[in-house]
Write a protein of this length. Structure first.
Length: 664
């Protein structure tokens, strides 16, 4: 660790008083006759310090729907308990430790610990449990060791996924210019999710999930006075413990997600030369998949020799040419090269090309992307800055409907910081996407309409406007506002997405009305309106309107019972709505079923300080959730279709939690 001045030199400088034309360089300090013991810092022995708090919580949950667990951290209807902590330790020798925990012991919680010595080493240990609930499914297919067995008994299963993540990391600083690190992470995912198959009719079933992912990374960081380099390796291994799924009368009707692995070697660095900064990276990767295949007639392969090589490179630079003018730019290149094995499949009805009188081979798909960005910023006057830039992106795809697409975007932004109480950021951009001739893909031409344009490949003009303002009329009040509008015009699309508009606003208000009373509020709305055209016997047009709203407010007062009692309240409302209106051949309107959902969430709490080191908190949380999706189909609603039932939600849920905190 480097220090520009030591304590002895500081003492000498203090004793000299005012000196004219003196060289204060440390190398010129004469210490031969100095009694160093007399200048020892008597007050610099920093004692060991523990700070933070530990909290134990015990509560009760009343809910009729497991979906409420996404808000409460647990879906157990009844008692719930958890531990939270935020504790740190340090001493004069440079040792530092910290532990953070949140709802540890509940179905959504984490703990993270860091310990080490400044400038030498650090050890990190992390654990996190993440559980998400979707809905409750009804099924008469029982899964047992890879076999789906029909039963007359209806089984109710929660569609939920639980992720248990654990990690261990170590950093070691060899010297001021050389640092190393290594980390290992593992995730185990279990639970159930919805899936479907054809056997021979459409059948939805509950698919078990039991999989793991191991990740490993290691690297070394080298640095100098003006440069920094990071050389690293990253690898991952995915393993699925659920094999192919069968029915009693048909084997391997559903293929399991295959095991796979990925590896990356990366070199990244930065170099500073006066007012210019260069940074870049090069990453070479390989993804491998060689799992067993389901055996079907005409396929002689036992396993798939799949391999994809990736290469990513980026070089960026920024430079202050003058105190007013800054310029910058970057070049980004990415390539995905599919080097999987190619085979001739010997079943004529699937793979024989009658025009060329040859057997077809499986096709490997490659993609290549180049991105160039140029930007500049100029300070027009004090408080006024103008930024502008140009972005270019070219993507080349093999065996696609469009081999090449090119995006060109111009943008400009004006930042105004002239006024003491208000600031503005005004941004506008316009982009055009074109490319090579759009043709039906060789792989899909027999299945798609020749006028169909996929929205991510079609020609498009995009215009976007945004305004960001911050208003602070007084020290106790702050208001932030963002307004945005964007329109996408798919100029040459006859069948497909023809237009899309995205617009909305966000407001955030903070109030510090007194030392004891604070409040906040926020509001946001977004609308996405799209137009689509299709052709199924008759030409039809559709208007899709999606809208979202978020509202919230909260207040905290801490001036009760000799400032021992703090009361607070928080409220959140969220609503989303999706509507689709079809005009069939301009002869009449037909509306698809809509998607609609809303959520009310209220939390009331009180915190009471028993002493300087002990605190009690009583919190009550209420959630009202409702949604309805027209795409959900009942179990017996359609003849020949096996579903998992209606997954819509309509519930009220309550949670009462008592917490005790000990403050260090």
């Amino acid at each position: 660790m480097r220090f520009s001045l030591n304590l002895l030199t500081l003492a000498l400088l203090s004793a000299t008083g005012v000196v004219s034309a003196a060289d204060f360089g440390v190398q010129h300090a004469s210490t031969a006759k100095v009694k160093q013991a007399a200048y020892q810092c008597k007050q610099c022995n920093i004692p060991a310090v523990h700070r933070g708090s530990v909290t134990a919580s015990l509560g009760y949950v009343d809910s009729s729907d497991s979906h409420a667990g996404n808000a409460f951290g647990t879906n157990d209807d009844g008692m719930a308990a958890g531990v939270s902590a935020n504790v740190s330790y340090r001493n004069a020798e440079g040792y530092r430790s910290a532990v953070q925990a949140h709802q540890l012991g509940m179905e959504n919680g984490f703990v993270s610990a860091r310990s080490g010595k400044l400038g030498e080493y650090q050890v990190a240990v992390d654990y996190r449990n993440i559980t998400t609930w979707q809905d409750e499914a009804q099924t008469q297919l029982w899964h047992n060791d890879g076999m789906l067995t029909p039963s007359e008994t209806v089984r109710f299963v929660d569609l939920k996924l639980e992720r248990q993540q654990a990690g261990l990391g170590f950093e070691y600083q060899i010297n001021d210019d050389l640092n190393t690190y290594v980390r290992y992470d593992r995730e185990d995912k279990t639970g159930s999710k919805s899936a479907s198959l054809m056997s021979p009719r459409p059948t939805n079933f509950v698919q078990p999930v039991d999989e793991s992912t191991d990740k490993f990374s290691a690297g070394v960081v080298l640095s100098g006075a003006n440069w920094l380099t990071d050389i690293s390796y990253h690898g991952s291994q995915y393993q699925n413990n659920i094999n192919h799924i069968s029915l009693p009368y048909a084997y391997d009707v559903y293929a399991a997600t295959p095991d796979n692995q990925a590896h990356q070697l990366a070199v990244a660095g930065q170099y500073r030369l006066d007012a210019t900064v260069l940074n870049g990276r090069v990453v070479a990767g390989r993804m491998i998949q060689d799992d067993n295949l389901i055996q079907v007639a005409g396929n002689p392969l036992q396993n798939w020799d799949g391999q994809v090589d990736t290469l990513d490179a980026k070089l960026a630079a920024t430079s202050m040419l003058t105190p007013r003018l800054r310029v910058g730019g970057s070049v980004d290149y990415a390539k995905r090269d599919n080097d999987s094995s190619v085979y001739e499949f010997m079943q004529p009805r699937l793979s024989y090309d009658a025009l060329s009188n040859s057997f077809k081979q499986n096709t490997v798909l490659d993609i290549e992307r180049q991105t160039v960005k140029l930007n500049t910023a100029y300070r027009l006057a004090q408080g006024y800055r103008l930024q502008a830039g140009y972005d270019f992106k070219q993507v080349e795809r093999s065996y696609g409907e469009r081999e090449q697409t090119r995006d060109n975007t111009l943008w400009a932004e004006l930042d105004i910081r002239k006024f003491d109480t208000v600031s503005f950021d005004i941004k506008a951009s316009h982009g055009i996407r074109g490319g090579s001739s759009y043709e039906a893909s060789e792989l899909t031409s027999s299945e798609e309409h020749n006028l169909l344009r996929k929205f991510n490949l079609a020609d498009r003009n995009r215009t976007e406007l945004a305004l960001v303002t911050q208003y602070t009329p007084a020290q106790w009040m702050s208001l932030d506002m963002t307004v945005h509008y964007a329109i996408d015009d798919y100029t040459d699309t006859l069948i497909g997405l023809t237009e899309s508009r995205d617009y909305g606003y966000d407001l955030n208000l903070s109030l510090l009305m007194s030392d004891k009373l604070t409040a906040y509020g926020f509001a946001g709305q977004q609308w996405i309106d799209s137009k689509q055209a299709g052709d199924q016997a008759n030409i039809w047009y559709a208007d899709i309107n999606d809208s979202f709203i978020n509202l919230g407010a909260g207040v905290t007062y801490s001036g009760l019972l000799d400032d021992r009692l703090t009361l607070g309240a928080d409220y959140l409302f969220a609503n989303s709505n999706g509507e689709t209106l079809i005009d069939a051949n301009l002869s009449g309107n037909t509306a698809y079923g809509d998607y609609f959902s809303f959520n009310h969430s209220v939390e009331l709490y009180g915190e009471y300080a028993l002493s300087a080191s002990m605190q009690l908190k009583l919190a009550y949380q209420y959630e009202r959730f409702y949604d309805t999706d027209a795409s959900e189909v009942g179990v017996d609603a359609i003849t020949g279709l096996t579903t998992l039932g209606l997954g819509n939600h309509n519930y009220n849920a309550h949670q009462l939690m008592l917490s005790f905190s000990y403050i260090l």
